[in-house]
Design a protein around this ligand. Structure first.
Ligand code: PLP
Length: 403
């Protein structure tokens, strides 16, 4: 998006502000479906947790996407956005039987990721059709927190436990219609992805009634200039060949499912914040913004890099700054970052602020969640109002202790 457009949105709506470019989401969705189009039916389950605003979900619905949800809250959001239950896939980890039962009654497609829950669920719903999440036992992903497919990860059923899965199927009659994996986020190496897929297809062979194989998400997008990203087109070429080969062996044309979050929505997002204070220190100049890790936690939590530009004065001479927030602990967005000269009142723009940014925001320090705007073909749509003090008080009860 153009700086001038972002600036006028910041002026109209106030900062801090999340802006999402709908056309970028559409572009990424079409790129993905084009790359994987071929002999086998393709299904995209957008990973809701990346950016869960209901209007974004509706946009993805109109593109033909299904949803991947990891909580009952996300399932309910999907239903509210108008998705039919069968277009919602629920792939939780470590949830209660009660939540699973509720989702089963809502009619979403369930993926179960441990033996204990599979048995309980199968005994309760022997007529159900579910898929199982496999732990492919490979190390992949951008960092430890988002690497979720290795042998010591809490996710998925291990290969060596498949016998027990078959025993549960025999004893209860539950139907396994899919196998699933998700190895992590920020996976760059196509060969690692393919290796995980091999493990999954190896296990898939053991199940006769499959309708789909779900290969998860995790495609990487560039965060800074020169950054590599998953070569989707190359991956898709290799993958499609291998998958049709597998389907031939299997004897049926299965649906290939992917669950991208970041790939679809990371680059559409811009987070705009105003400069409150400039504070020169001994070696570095601190720039304090009217935001903090309450609104964007990825730099602090994952050590993630977000490109930051000064959209008020993009042409200024570059200087080094520490960009920090207003939270009362060290919340550094960027260290010794070269940005065109900054003055108080300027608006800084965080790029790649679509995925895991607003959706991980909190009310820490009793700050309000910011507004979200969806931009499409020259028009802006407010899709979430900024919070006010009322929202902080909501659900709190003021009591008088009998002291
Ligand atoms: C988070 C998640 C995804 C999406 O990961 P991205 O890195 O955003 O593509 C897909 N599937 C499952 C099960 C997830 O938990």
């Amino acid at each position: 998006m153009e700086n001038s457009t972002l600036l006028s949105l910041a002026n109209n709506y106030g900062c801090p502000l999340y802006v999402y470019d709908a056309e970028r989401i559409i572009f990424q969705y079409n790129r993905l479906t084009k790359a994987f189009a071929g002999n086998n039916p393709l299904q995209i389950n957008y990973a809701t947790k990346a950016l869960s605003n209901i209007s974004v979900l509706k946009l993805l619905k109109s593109l033909g996407s299904n949803l991947d949800c990891v909580s009952i809250g996300e399932v309910l959001l999907g239903l509210e956005a108008g998705f039919e239950p069968k277009r919602i896939s629920y792939t939780p980890n470590g949830v209660s039987m009660k939540e699973l039962e509720e989702v089963q009654h809502l009619g979403a497609k369930i993926t179960i990721d441990n033996l204990y829950t599979l048995r309980l669920f199968a005994e309760k719903f022997p007529d159900a059709s579910v898929s199982i999440r496999i732990n492919p036992q490979i190390m992949a992903g951008g960092n430890e927190k988002i690497s979720v497919g290795h042998v010591n990860s809490k996710f998925g059923i291990l290969k060596q436990h498949m016998e027990e899965v078959h025993r549960i199927v025999e004893e209860t009659g539950i139907n396994i219609i899919g196998v699933h994996m998700h190895t992590g986020s920020d996976i760059l190496d196509v060969d690692i992805f393919l290796k995980g897929s091999e493990v999954l297809m190896g296990i898939a062979k053991e199940f006769e009634n499959l309708e789909f194989i779900d290969f998860g998400g995790g495609f990487k997008v560039p965060y800074k200039e020169g950054d590599k990203s998953t070569n989707i087109e190359l991956f898709a070429e290799k993958f499609k060949l291998r998958f049709s080969e597998f389907c031939e062996e299997y004897g049926r044309n299965l649906i290939m499912v992917f669950e991208p979050g970041k790939f679809l929505v990371s680059e559409c997002g811009y987070f705009l914040a105003k400069v409150n204070t400039i504070k020169p220190s001994t070696n570095i100049v601190f720039v304090a913004l009217d935001t903090g890790f309450n609104h964007l936690i990825r730099p602090m939590y994952y050590n993630a890099y977000h490109n930051i530009t000064n959209i008020s004065k993009p042409e200024g001479k570059e200087k080094k700054y520490n960009i920090v927030g207003y939270i009362c602990e060290t919340d550094t967005f960027a260290q010794e970052r070269e940005i065109s000269e900054i003055s108080a009142g300027d608006i800084l723009c965080f790029h790649n602020a679509g995925a895991y940014c607003f959706s991980m925001a909190s009310n820490y320090n009793s700050r309000y969640l910011p507004a979200e705007v969806l931009f499409y073909k020259g028009k802006d749509y407010l899709i979430r109002e900024a919070e006010t003090f009322k929202d902080i008080l909501r659900n709190q009860t003021k009591i008088e202790l009998p002291l």
